[in-house]
Design a protein around this ligand. Structure first.
Ligand code: OX2
Length: 823
């Protein structure tokens, strides 16, 4: 083999000079050579691409070096398997990570350009639905910042989460063609494609006297990896996110094409490409669709093959696999990876079953993100067997051996066996059980959630596997959600306690002593007001909405789901409105409030869509009623996404976290708001519990039933109508909806929402209404005392350092992964 001799070829890759001159030179080079245009003829998109390429050039040397080191050092790393990554925009984040923001700013000005105009060109990759996907994005940011070797594996959906529009107040979904103008952050590697198989049958054969099984698949697709840089913050580290795109193994059939059947000629191609075509727009609900199972197996099989066959050295002894990798299962979506690794080890690599099972059990860990029993994925055995016949056999054998072990321990307790079987009585495969049996650890995402998971969802497993269950409370990256989203607050913090807090968020504690400092308070308030003005500008430009600057900004942004109880928020708004228009209070007696909603409903979730319609309907009536004198405003900008969150969160005064206790596994929006100095009004649910414990009861508006009370009421029998009768304000608010006050007099439009609430109310919004309204009165009272409010807001910031995703990652490393950083 030829050896390089040229000194440049021998030297490490060089980054451009980190100066304005260096940046300008590289930017123009990228514009000219990368885009084939001159500055004077370039479009905004050209400039965005050239700028992105320039930032990439600064990261490249570090990335190549990190990839090289991770391969040579061969220490244990994390392979994070997630069907979703809700990344948000990349440009600012990558500028921040490299410390190039100011240089880029100046460089663009020197080129006669404005960074903001260029920034605006970026379309965020919406490759996730909500909390679960955003959590994955925060985690890979923190892993890079901690210097832990890791790869994020996922799917490069051609269309991400749908773009939401409103037509007459109703949600209309549009395709999210985020790739239409290309994506400057990705590196396709078709030469490293993996073949992923489906269908067919299994057969046994004689392998030198040993009977073995092999899978004879019916069809294949290619999984083409696209690599993305994941830079750590100011530490010179760059990890990799590898997203798979599906392609046909053979392009198209030229013979058929020449014979004139054009559709048939591309049939295989279309079929294959459908696998990574679009993200399932569901959140917390399983989608039992064949294509979804194809997506799951597609990315997991490609990822395992990538790690085992390409990343590991050719002579690697697979018995040592647990020393090299932990595959973290982000919910049940990647759990088909368990039988896949077994298949690879046994059928492809020739290991004995028992040895392979030993390895597999150490190589996986499972995070559960829900408690809703209906949200735990199950796959009908016939579907699984048709698509992945060998995997179904492997699952059956895992189950047989597992149930044998249960019998050994508990005797022939058929009730228990039935409860614990991975295969349900109606023959479906319970993926959460499979993950629990196979995983070295199982974790929930907040203390309460982990406790309920152990006690209510998987109690038999907790008993059978002492020590397997653990908790890791979620977190959010302070780089994106404090530093980038809230530059004013970040500056104030640094001016007050010095630098360094962004990677050591517990240091925010040092702000506590300033909560009573008048000067600091007023600076803190000034930041909040400035953030509200930024939001006002954003909403004016984006949606033509106006935000009053002297209002309490009361925000509820999250997926639309009945368990999250947007209807409860709406009932509060209607009650405030009713009080004014019925003359019981004058407008100047209510706290001026702007209510901001952001929420997408799954396209097939009819009730959620009706609730969206109702929010918009209430908004237009309240906003236009002169009797309100502008004291109440309801804003519902469409298409809530990460980019908009970065504007809304820092501007908020009040954060609505009002799910029925026991239903929200954690929530992560709650953390973002508290860290940005909003006060929470919330139930004792998910991570709200930990937020309240940390910030203190005086700085949190708690209301509603706790989980045991919910269980109790459920057991006694819940009759929502009793609560309507007991609270006149509630019955009036419901009556107002029923009367057609928000639907031009047509009582039928929202009848399904009202009748669902009064007759079923599965998430007990009406039971918590009275206490919610009382808590809102406490909000009004505290807000009337701006000094007291600001003090509480400061203490929220000071005491929420715990919710950095850096801390979450350290917890995963200590309790589950045992993957030390490499220095
Ligand atoms: C979400 C949970 O609903 C939310 O409570 C949690 O904060 C988030 O995951 C991150 O852990 N799909 N999305 C979720 O769970 C599932 C299932």
């Amino acid at each position: 083999r030829l050896q390089p001799t040229h000194p440049i070829a021998l030297a490490p890759v060089q980054a451009p000079e980190p100066t304005v001159d260096g940046f300008v030179t590289q930017f123009l080079r990228n514009l000219n050579n990368g885009r084939g245009v001159a500055l004077s003829t370039s479009t905004a998109n050209d400039r965005y691409f050239a700028l992105a390429a320039t930032v990439r050039d600064y990261l490249m040397a570090r990335w190549l070096e990190d990839v090289r080191r991770q391969r040579t050092i061969q220490s244990k790393g994390v392979a994070y398997l997630s069907a979703e990554y809700l990344l948000g925009r990349q440009l600012d984040n990558n500028l921040l990570a490299t410390g190039l923001t100011d240089i880029a700013d100046e460089a663009l000005v020197a080129c006669g350009l404005d960074l903001d105009d260029v920034r605006a060109m970026e379309v965020e990759p919406g490759l996730g639905n909500g909390g679960l996907g955003r959590l994955a994005a925060c985690f890979i940011d923190s892993l890079a910042t901690l210097g832990v070797p890791s790869v994020g594996y996922g799917i490069r959906y051609e269309y991400g989460i749908f773009r939401q529009t409103f037509v007459d107040g109703q949600q209309v979904e549009q395709a999210d063609s985020w790739l239409a103008l290309g994506s400057p952050w990705e590196f396709p590697h078709p030469e490293a494609a993996r073949t992923v198989s489906f269908g067919g049958h299994t057969e046994t054969y004689d392998d030198g006297g040993v009977t073995r099984t092999r899978w004879v698949p019916a069809w294949n697709v290619l999984a083409v990896p696209y690599n993305y840089m994941v830079p750590g913050y100011h530490n010179g580290r760059v990890n990799t996110l590898r997203l798979w795109s599906a392609q046909a193994t053979q392009g198209f059939d030229l013979r058929v094409f020449n014979a004139g059947d054009y559709q048939e000629a591309v049939r295989a191609q279309t079929y294959a490409e459908n696998i990574s075509k679009v993200l399932y727009p569901e959140d917390s609900t399983p989608q039992g669709k064949e294509l979804r199972l194809q997506q799951q197996y597609f990315f997991v099989a490609a990822s395992i093959s990538d790690f085992v066959n390409l990343i590991l050295p050719a002579d690697f002894d697979l018995a040592n696999l647990p020393d090299r990798v932990i595959f973290q299962l982000n919910d049940t979506h990647p759990v088909i990876g368990v039988p896949e690794l077994m298949r690879v080890l046994v059928d492809e690599k020739g290991l004995e079953w028992d040895a392979a099972w030993q390895i597999t059990q150490q190589c996986f860990a499972y995070t559960c993100h829900t408690l809703l029993p209906e949200a735990l994925e199950v796959w009908p055995a016939d579907l699984l067997g048709r698509l992945l016949p060998r995997h179904l056999e492997i699952i059956y054998r895992i189950n047989d051996e597992f149930l044998e072990a249960v019998r050994e321990r508990f005797g022939d307790d058929s009730e228990r066996i039935r409860r614990m079987s991975i295969v349900s009585p109606d023959g479906a495969i319970r993926m959460a059980y499979l993950a629990t049996v196979a995983g070295s650890k199982v974790n929930g995402v907040a203390e309460l959630h982990s406790q309920l998971l152990r006690e209510k969802v998987l109690p038999d497993f907790d008993e059978f596997y002492p020590g397997k269950f653990t908790n890791v409370t979620n977190g959010v990256t302070p780089r994106r959600f404090v530093k980038l989203a809230n530059p004013g607050l970040s500056r104030l913090i640094t001016d007050t306690i010095g630098a360094g807090w962004l990677t050591d968020l517990d240091r925010l504690r040092e702000l506590e002593e300033y909560a009573d400092d008048a000067e600091f308070r007023s600076a803190f308030r000034a930041v909040k007001s400035a953030n509200k003005r930024v939001l006002a500008r954003t909403l004016a430009e984006r949606d033509g909405l106006t935000v009053a600057d002297d209002h309490l900004l009361d925000v509820m942004v999250k997926r639309l789901h009945e368990y999250k109880r947007q209807t409860l928020k709406l009932l509060h708004i209607i009650t405030e409105y009713d009080a004014i228009v019925s003359g019981r209070v004058t407008p100047d007696q209510v706290t001026p409030r702007t209510f901001v909603f952001g929420a997408k409903a799954a396209p097939g979730y009819a009730m959620a869509k009706r609730i969206i319609h109702l929010i918009n309907a209430v908004g237009s009536v309240v906003n236009d009623d002169p009797r309100v004198e502008g004291r109440l405003k309801v804003l519902f900008p469409p298409n809530y996404n990460v980019t908009l969150a970065e504007r809304i969160v820092p501007a908020a005064d009040l954060s609505e976290q009002i799910s029925l206790a026991g239903k929200e596994a954690s929530g992560t929006g709650n953390m973002k708001f508290a860290l940005n100095g909003a006060l929470t009004i919330g139930t004792d649910d998910g991570a709200n519990v930990e937020i309240r414990e940390l910030v203190g009861d005086d700085n949190f508006f708690l209301f509603g039933m706790a989980e045991p009370e919910v269980a109790d009421l459920q057991a006694r029998g819940y009759h929502p109508i009793d609560f309507v009768r007991a609270d006149e304000n509630l019955s009036r608010a419901l009556e107002l909806i029923s009367s057609g006050a928000f639907s031009g007099g047509d009582a039928s439009v929202f009848e399904p929402v009202v009748s669902n609430l009064t007759h079923h109310d599965p998430f007990m919004a009406l039971a918590d209404y009275t206490d919610y309204i009382a808590a809102q009165k406490r909000v009004d009272a505290l807000y009337a005392d701006q000094d007291a409010w600001t003090r509480a807001a400061i203490l929220n910031v000071a005491r929420c350092g715990f919710f950095s995703s850096d801390r979450s990652m350290r917890d995963y490393i200590d309790r589950i992964w045992h993957t030390p950083p490499i220095l």
